[in-house]
Design a protein around this ligand. Structure first.
Ligand code: NAG
Ligand code: NAG
Ligand code: NAG
Ligand code: NAG
Length: 505
């Protein structure tokens, strides 16, 4: 107790604790984590060692014990906390609250909520303001739909810094049954071992370049080099290898099975280790001594010999020849120009141009500060999201009457069940870039604005009471993105205004 108190006082003297924590002496000494200042100490209650016993005795039972001091104890009292812009505005406006502008944010919005005396870790709350102080329009129960890959276990490869992989599947997000994701890093020249698996694999290159090689059921071969922004697809069961080129690489894998585990793939090393050597000898028609140098354990991710720069040197073909171009396992998506629209840009890949990936459709979306991917839903498929840059929030509406808002930053996974309406709003000061992946042959969505624009006006008026002017201005074409004001709290000064989408003053 003494030590904790001394530490607390030292930090206080150094001006490292917000004043609010300083004022009244807490009843119990919890060590609130003060974020960037306080490191990662978790709030551990102090154990009093001097009693000499692990337990109290019966004299502490209620009605027997001497009364606790119910007044004068003020540890639940929080004072002198500054509010952020927009925090006092009507909670139904749901303004984005930037908790980074204060040291100890509080879960208050409009007239809702109450202060938080702790224990707490400020960094979570600053990253997730819409979870900590939800918009007044959030309601009911929606499953967890956000997972930071930074919280996933990182599996290291074999040997000297060859790379790593971390994943999200139904263990992390139980509702994400249709798709699972992996973030994988390979050092220069490192391999993801020759392997195959039960699910089909769609991949987006995030950084660097790789050489891919595969053989299909007809003995047709495929080899290609791809780089950041490009895509590959391997159908379930097709064996393949992945080797990083000179600069190493990082890529994202999406599997068409939410319970798929990257740790459960079939590896060539294990296939050889787990079969009788007499059978290996017979199978490859070679002496048993050929297997003297088999790895003793799986390799998974491991360092390799640099691939020859000229890919033709590794072009293996048999009588069946190479994979026909219309079945190519790669698409050089980085070279596709994005469709520009006010507020950002979009590009789409699906079987229209990448026919081998029969059940994958994806959009790479860039949304400028203040703008948002418009309110929409997908007809037949869940949506798997990955945030490549920036920060954003999503409100997911789930019939009949639930909605919940989640915050995302670079490296986070999002998941949105089919037909759940949602938007993706940039909440930061840089462009937000994210991927939408669907289990569909074609990328499709229903735009809320377009639906209303193309519905008889009287029907919409009678239902939502929207003014004629609003309805007359709805664009009849899908715009994908809606521009907005970079000042996310501008509406606070005029809740009846246009400041959500028109910059004020
Ligand atoms: C591989 O060889 C085949 C002919 O056998 C050729 O058609 C193909 O273009 C080559 N591919 C590469 C990447 O060199
Ligand atoms: C790559 O190798 C192939 C065959 O091995 C050769 O025909 C071609 O000229 C080489 N290309 C370069 C750029 O060296
Ligand atoms: C955003 O708008 C609010 C309300 O009008 C105002 O108080 C605030 O200063 C603005 N912020 C910036 C960065 O302009
Ligand atoms: C909001 O604006 C409308 C239309 O300009 C006006 O009729 C109404 O009185 C305004 N309400 C408030 C609270 O300012």
């Amino acid at each position: 107790m003494y030590q904790v108190t001394r530490m607390f006082n030292a930090l206080l003297a150094a001006g490292l604790f917000p004043a609010v924590l300083a004022a009244p002496a807490p009843q119990m000494d919890y060590g609130e984590n003060s974020g960037p200042v306080g490191g990662v100490d978790s709030p551990t209650p102090t154990v009093t060692a001097s009693s000499g016993s692990l337990y109290g005795d019966e004299s502490l039972l209620g009605e027997v014990a001497k009364p606790s001091p119910v007044s004068g104890g003020d540890s639940a009292f929080v004072s002198d906390y500054p509010l952020v812009n927009g925090q006092e505005a009507d909670s139904d406006l749901g303004l984005y609250l930037d908790f980074n502008s204060v040291e100890n944010p509080q879960p208050l919005r409009g007239v809702g909520g109450q202060t938080d005396p702790g224990p707490r870790t400020y960094e979570y709350e600053k990253l997730n303001p819409d979870v900590y102080a939800p918009p007044g329009t959030d309601s009911g129960s929606v499953s967890q739909l956000q997972w930071p890959l930074g919280l996933s276990h990182n599996r290291f490869g074999t040997g000297d810094k060859p790379g790593w992989a971390r994943q999200q599947n139904t263990d992390q997000l139980p509702v994400a049954t249709e798709m699972a994701g992996v973030d994988m890093r390979l050092a220069p020249h490192a391999y993801r071992e020759l392997h195959w698996h039960t699910a089909s694999e769609w991949s987006l290159m995030l950084k660097g370049c790789v050489r891919l090689a595969a053989v299909n059921e007809n003995g047709e071969t495929f080899i290609d080099d791809i780089c950041a922004g490009d895509v590959w697809f391997f159908p379930a069961g097709v064996p393949h290898s992945i080797q990083a080129l000179d600069e190493g690489c990082e890529f994202l894998l999406v599997f068409d099975d939410g319970s798929f585990s990257e740790d459960g793939t079939s590896l060539i090393s294990e296939l050889f280790i787990r079969n009788p050597k007499s059978v290996l000898s017979k199978n490859l028609q070679t002496p048993v001594s050929a297997f003297d140098n088999l790895p003793s354990d799986e390799l998974y991710i491991f360092n390799g010999t640099p691939a020859p720069a000229n890919i033709s040197a590794q072009n293996m073909t048999g009588p069946a020849g190479i994979l026909p171009y219309d079945q190519s396992y790669t698409y050089h998506w980085s070279q596709q120009e994005a469709y520009q629209t006010p507020g950002g840009s979009v590009k789409i890949i699906d079987t229209t141009t990448f026919p081998i990936a029969t059940d994958f459709a994806a959009a790479l979306v860039t949304v400028q500060p203040g703008a948002m991917r418009e309110m929409h839903w997908h007809l037949n498929s869940d949506e798997w999201n990955y945030f490549l840059q920036g920060s954003a929030r999503i409100t997911v509406f789930e019939a009949p009457e639930a909605s919940r808002t989640f915050d995302y930053t670079a490296g986070d996974v999002g998941y949105i069940p089919a037909t759940d309406a949602h938007y993706i709003e940039n909440t930061g000061t840089e462009d937000v870039i994210f991927l939408e992946v669907l289990q569909q042959a074609k990328f499709t969505d229903i735009s809320v604005a377009q639906w209303l624009a193309l519905t008889p006006k009287q029907v919409v008026k009678d239902t939502l009471g929207l003014p004629d002017e609003t309805l007359d201005n709805l664009p009849k074409q899908k715009t994908y993105i809606k521009p907005g004001n970079k000042n996310m709290t501008a509406l606070a000064s005029n809740p009846n205004g246009t400041a959500a989408y028109e910059p004020s003053g």
